[in-house]
Design a binder for this molecule. Sequence first.
Ligand code: PMP
Length: 285
Amino acid sequence: MYLNGSFMPASEARISPMDRGFLFGDGIYEVIPSYQGKLVGFTPHIDRMQRGLAEIGIQFDWSHTQWLDMIKELLMRNGNGDLGVYLHVSRGTDSKRGHAFPVGVTPTVFAFAFTINPPPTGLPGSAKPIQVASASDLRWKRCHIKSTALLGNVLHHQQGVDAGYQETMLFNEQDELTEGSSCNAFIVKDSVISTPPLDQQILPGITRLLLLQILRKHSTLPVQERVISKAEVLAADEVWLTSSSKELMPVIAIDGQPVGSGEVGAIWYQAQQLFAAHKFADEHT
Ligand code: PMP
């Protein structure tokens, strides 16, 4: 792993218990997927991290090139296979544990690589459908920030796991779709692909961004960013969840009720194939 300027085995990494990342979840993180050393969406991932750091007032001004150099070295040291890269910048260590931002502390910078599955191809037989729970979104009102304080997401994820499912889809007080506990959401109805608009209720996912760009460029199907009601989700022909390490996940049941035919839909295959074909394209990175 990488910690504050050095590469080291995990067993040698040391972070103070007074680090605000540990005490308050006071930090920003990122996960970037890579396949055989090639990163997916490097530029928008680092853009999002820089926006998050600025938004919570952590001054840490590495350029894209500095991030890229560190990440390439980390991937190389981990064998350049199918790897996710976890990046994390916390506000730093402060011996007083005061709530106010401490003055003059140095942010803690940490990264490690972890094995991810080969991406879905979208070819016949390749789908790994999932079943999900639904729940009221009880997280905070700043879900657009990729904060390391993930307890709200963790508790929602566990709701789905406890019910025997792989994810939890979240709905706001108006019964409108927000996202999954660790992913963005899309629905397909009558061949129209829709996803909730960007606002403070959801994370601006990079897989979501790349998928929208790819669909608008390479598919003739209409694509919409708009408010989606729970009733529309339950009546959809297809539901997908998206995230960096899993790409497009087809959802075949919500709370035990089948989505559409209860099988992976034809448009998922098209969309996942397009994503696989174009995710490394230069215009996206
Ligand atoms: N929403 C939430 C709450 C997430 O944690 C994530 C990432 N795991 C996403 C959406 C998807 O974002 P990305 O496509 O950038 O991985």
